[in-house]
Write a protein that binds this ligand. Structure first.
Ligand code: SAM
Length: 281
């Protein structure tokens, strides 16, 4: 167990600072104050962050820290913290670590008991969710699905029964293919496509997956997909089905038990059989 009292000591700290997802004014005064006072800013792309810093007249030195240089950048940042230097970590937009670099760095800093402090700010998923009109009581942020349709459909199969709102990030050139896969795997649920959030051409398209699929090709810019959770009451429950199969298999052949339960649950007898074999060990 590691307890972090963020502001109890003078030890060097690392701040995770969100940056605007479009509208440059979406920086809190605390975030700006931290960017100005730290010794270094570790940025996903120093050229991008430089533009933000110039806008706010902040002169803190920038260091490059992204997925492709992390073998060097993480030890370098840990060394600087050990020397008493405080650091702000930023990505190109929104929160670092949220579909952006920073995960391994934060894990290592925490292991070294460095105070890691998050600062409030912009995030595309939450902006899209709260204005979507779909339920915000419970939700799952998934981020990017796989870029290959076969893998993407497998991921969606795993999410199909989930009863709460789902949030995906997607690149504009894959939006039609992803909506097509959503339709194939989930059926025609309600969804919202939120694009260009906080920018001049911000748009929310609220409708069914098939309606949104029909306009996808004409859409440009950055996009978040918010998809309604599974509302069917009799969602297939693999655990319950397998429990029944295993109970029945004490008095009949496993294949026969699978056939019987598959009929009752409108499920695949082969899938049940494979799963039952796995669980019987
Ligand atoms: N770290 C960011 C965050 O906290 O939201 C996410 C970065 S991820 C690399 C980029 C993806 O976020 C885009 O492909 C898009 O799905 C979503 N995104 C970022 N800015 C957006 C915006 N202004 N409008 C809609 N989606 C946006």
């Amino acid at each position: 167990m590691i307890r972090q009292k963020s502001f109890d000591s003078d030890a060097a700290k690392v701040y995770l600072v969100p940056t605007p997802i479009g509208n440059l004014n979406e920086m809190t005064s605390r975030a700006l104050e931290i960017l100005a006072k730290v010794d270094y800013i570790a940025a996903e792309d120093t050229r991008n962050t430089k533009k933000l810093l110039m806008h706010y007249q902040i002169n803190t030195p920038l260091l490059s820290a992204h997925e492709h240089n992390q073998e060097k950048s993480i030890p370098m940042l840990c060394d600087l913290v050990a020397q008493g230097k405080s650091i702000a970590v930023v990505s190109d937009a929104g929160y670092p670590l949220v579909s952006d670099p920073g995960q391994h760095l934060v894990e290592q800093l925490i292991a070294q008991e460095v105070p890691v402090i998050s600062v409030s700010g912009a995030n595309a998923a939450i902006n899209a969710l709260v204005a979507s009109g779909l339920s915000c009581y419970h939700y799952l942020f998934y981020g990017f699905l796989d870029s290959k349709s076969s893998k993407r459909k497998k991921e969606l199969e795993g999410l199909k029964a989930f009863p709460y709102t789902l949030i995906f990030y997607e690149a504009p050139h894959r939006i039609a293919a992803t909506c097509q896969d959503l339709l194939t795997v989930f059926g025609d649920r309600q969804m919202v496509l939120a694009r260009e959030l906080t920018k001049l051409h911000e748009e929310y398209i609220r409708g069914t997956i098939s309606e949104i699929l029909s306009v996808c090709d004409s859409l440009k810019g950055e996009m978040v997909l918010i998809v309604e959770g599974n509302k069917e009451e009799n969602v297939f429950d693999m655990d319950a089905a397998i429990t029944k199969v295993l109970a029945l298999s004490e008095t009949m052949k496993l294949k026969e038990a699978c056939k019987q339960v598959a009929q009752e649950y409108h499920a695949s007898k082969n899938e049940l059989y494979q799963e039952a074999l796995k669980r019987r060990g």
